[in-house]
Design a protein around this ligand. Structure first.
Ligand code: FAD
Ligand code: N01
Length: 532
């Protein structure tokens, strides 16, 4: 029988929840994991749209905690597909016998702190359990959002959100297809969908910067070289700024001549790595003029690839600095707009009005479709936490506390919410990095803290309001030194109407952040109040 009084409840069974369970077992703690989905994988369980793959190289976008796992798993491509990443996570779940502590198909609805027992009461649709600790491994991009227009229920054909793609696949062959959204999910799926559909119309509100992924099968020699050098590579990942080792830039883009810059950008473009362009110069993300040199390089590429100059201009981002909305890697995205059966609608000129029975109405008129795809993204960073009724000391609700933006200490814990931890929580480097590296850092840190509490006979820990205020201020200060706050991005909460406009990630660098977390632990969990 599953326990009703485990030591720990973990919410979510993606990269974060699986590893957290593994670590807690090592510590000898009893753990229940609850997962809404019917299987493991998180992001890679849900996002099954055609073309879904990661854009951090497979050899880096993988766990580092088990050298045996590293040796026995062999990635097939530079950027693995969703099915391959899901197969990897299923393998991890089986190899470490994790499934027996996971309750699938079960959503956690509320978590309420009981000050008397110093335990959380966790309620799902089917049971109530209590636990000393709750660890939210609920994901930064796990709550899909639809376009904010009325009428979806009236559409006669199927509507597929990229993040809830049917498991059996969606056959759009021969269909007239409308796609709303041109972020990473749209940019990955549109070239493939356009090949299948008889006619495709892309509704674009904001064009995004994208670069060719240069995806390819991995050579046996590179796999064996990496398997030989994995330990050193992992060390570099852990101390790097973004969780992907790249040479540190030493020069301002504005110190280079245009010719030098273009050679550097071209080499980065050919490499097919996001970090190569974004890390080419020291000031790409901090100086508007420096940033614009990279932005203009990409806009020049769009003009080269897209035959029709007006379409090229519509596809060219001009309303935000490059990198301040998540840039994309693609396979044939811009060239797709050279097809006669692909049309681009600029929603800045003719905004969406409604979804109708036959299709989509903009201010210019009605477009008729057989099927629609919403590639409209997520209520990111706080969405999954906001949807759980989390009540800390004195009945305070987390979503009330965060009504003007999330407040955390290190993105890991929240004042007033004892023994609650958030893996890749708001105000940590999370989505600005290779997430697997950030996840491992958080899981290991939280596990160490729980081990410390138990070794010291302590029952509860929570950040002090002062430590939280200091961290929130620091995250904001560092964010304001960059161009990120200028963009209407999901990093800023700007994609969800009514969401507070706050930069929700820490851009100080993963290596620097790791040092800070290590110092906090080494100083006896400085900034936390520990209670027996
Ligand atoms: P998730 O994988 O999101 O898992 C969270 C789980 O929690 C979900 O399964 C969800 O169902 C469950 N859950 C949430 N709330 C509840 C609840 N109340 N009760 C029960 N269960 C709940 N990152 C990169 O670093 N590189 C990439 O290339 C990259 N590509 C991406 C591609 C796509 C299409 C998307 C959407 C994201 C991508 N990401 C990428 C980010 C990705 O989300 C992370 O890399 C990583 O998979 C997150 O793992 P996680 O375990 O933290 O969260
Ligand atoms: O979502 P998005 P996503 N009317 O928010 C548009 C990761 N990821 O699923 O920009 C009209 O980026 C919206 O327009 P605008 C990655 O971190 C990675 O694509 O808000 N349009 C935008 O064009 C990524 O950043 C990969 O003006 C509306 C699009 O929909 C994150 O997940 C692949 C609208 C949403 O883009 C999210 O990506 C996939 C409306 N009402 C995802 N609402 C990799 O390749 C939204 N839009 C690794």
């Amino acid at each position: 029988m599953p326990r009703t009084e485990p030591d720990v409840v973990v919410v979510g069974a993606g990269f974060a929840g699986l590893y957290q369970l593994y670590r807690l077992r090592e510590l000898g703690l009893t753990t229940r994991v609850f997962e809404t989905a019917d299987g493991v994988g998180g992001t890679w369980y849900w996002n099954r749209y055609p073309g879904a793959r990661c854009d951090v190289e497979s050899l880096s976008y993988s766990y580092s905690f088990s050298p045996e796992l590293e040796q026995e798993w062999t990635w097939s491509e530079k950027y693995p597909t969703q099915p391959e990443i899901l197969a990897y996570l299923e393998h991890v779940a089986d190899r470490f016998d994790l499934r027996r502590d996971i309750t699938f198909g079960t959503r956690v609805e509320s978590c309420v702190w009981d000050e008397r027992t110093r335990r959380w009461t966790v309620t799902t649709g089917s049971e109530t359990v209590t636990a000393q600790f709750v660890i939210m491994a609920t994901g930064c991009l796990s709550v899909a959002k639809a376009p904010e227009v009325p009428g979806a229920a009236s559409f006669a054909g199927p509507i597929h959100h990229t993040s809830h793609w049917p498991h059996e696949g969606a056959d759009v062959s021969g269909s007239r297809l409308g796609v709303i959204g041109t972020g990473s999910s749209g940019i990955q799926s549109i070239p493939i969908l356009a090949e299948q559909a008889s006619d495709t119309t892309v509704f674009q509100r904001t064009p995004n910067f994208s670069m060719p992924a240069g995806n390819r099968p991995l050579e046996a020699s590179e796999i064996s070289a990496m398997k030989r050098d994995y330990r050193a590579w992992r060390e570099q990942q852990r101390s790097s700024g973004f969780g992907v080792p790249v040479p540190e830039p030493t020069k301002s883009a504005l110190e280079a001549t245009e010719q030098e810059r273009n050679a550097v950008y071209q080499a980065a473009w050919d490499q097919g790595m996001l970090t190569a362009v974004m890390s080419a110069y020291t000031d790409t993300l901090t100086d508007a003029a420096a940033n614009d040199t990279a932005a203009e390089f990409v806009r020049g590429k769009i003009r080269e690839i897209v035959d029709d100059p007006a379409t090229a201009e519509t596809l060219s981002p001009r309303s935000f600095p490059i990198g301040t909305k998540r840039p994309c890697l693609d396979t044939g995205y811009y060239a797709t707009f050279n097809r006669d059966d692909v049309h681009l609608v600029d929603l800045r000129e003719t905004p969406l009005v409604e979804i109708t029975e036959k299709g989509v109405r903009t201010t210019a008129g009605e477009y008729e479709f057989d099927a629609l795809v919403f590639a409209t993204g997520f209520d990111a960073m706080t969405g999954a936490l906001d949807r759980i009724d989390i009540r800390g000391r004195d009945g305070q609700r987390l979503r009330d506390k965060w009504s003007e933006g999330p407040r955390t200490y290190l993105g890991l814990a929240v004042a007033g919410f004892p023994n609650l931890f958030t893996i890749t929580g708001p105000s940590s480097p999370s989505v600005l990095t290779n997430m697997v590296v950030s996840i491992e850092l958080h899981v290991e840190w939280v596990t160490d803290m729980i081990a410390h509490l138990r070794a010291q006979g302590l029952r509860a820990a929570e950040p002090t309001p002062d430590a939280e205020d200091e961290w929130v201020g620091h995250v904001e200060e560092v964010g304001n030194m960059t161009l990120y706050p200028e963009a209407d991005s999901w990093y800023m909460g700007a994609n969800v109407p009514g969401k507070p406009r706050v930069f929700m990630a820490y851009i100080g660098g993963l290596g620097v952040y790791r040092q800070r977390c290590d110092e906090v632990a080494a100083n006896g969990y400085e900034g936390f109040e520990l209670a027996s």
